[in-house]
Design a protein around this ligand. Sequence first.
Ligand code: G3P
Ligand code: MG
Length: 244
Amino acid sequence: MKTKIYAHRGASRYAPENTMPAFQLAYEMKADGIETDVQLTKDGVPVLIHDENVRRTTNGTGFVEDYTLEEIKQLDAGSWFSSKYAGTSIVTLEELLQWAKPKQLLLNIELKNNVIEYKKLEQKVYQLLFTYDLLDRTVISSFNPKSIEKFKKIDRNVNIAFLTSTKIRRLANFTKLLGASGIHIKYRILSTHLVGECQKHGLDLRVYTVNRPAQIVRCYKLGCTAIFTDVPDIAVKLLLHNQS
Ligand code: G3P
Ligand code: MG
């Protein structure tokens, strides 16, 4: 199977992460999918932003959970990256789904609930994916095992992956026990052993954040299910020459 290429927070090397320009660019660069991070506003709307605090990627300060949708939409999520993107706003999950629906893009919705526990995040994300009929091309992921269990209770057939940046003993077993169907790992813990374990247990293995050509090619050669990359253009080019 061809390794899939997910644009990490969109084509985030070239446009402000988790914004429509970054998603649009990823699509134009022919990424297979989009990875994005989701959190809830004060009024319970799923929005796409990586950090719990808006400071790094907008002109605002404070926590996402303290902003209503109307307030968070006023923030400039583009100027920090480049003046070219001034006025770019934070995207709701619903806006992303509407945009992605006719494009046949794969989606990875990462639940950002490992620092702040958004009580209804799982339910709200599920409801939107269900409404837009996009569950079959979406993989949900989370660093938080409790959130994975919660999601599985909503729909046991959902495609969900456990995220980890550290080595965990018997990771494949642990993932199976959680009821997840895949593992998303930081590149530095990738090993041939883990690839074998995932194959043995029928688990998908997706790797982040893979930007260097040699690392991208290694993932292809090992037969990883997918990579998450800030540079989907480079990954697409390399795939043409290196997929066995
Ligand atoms: O979902 C893969 C990757 O995005 C996880 O880490 O911090 O970039 O969201 P982070
Ligand atoms: Mg992420």
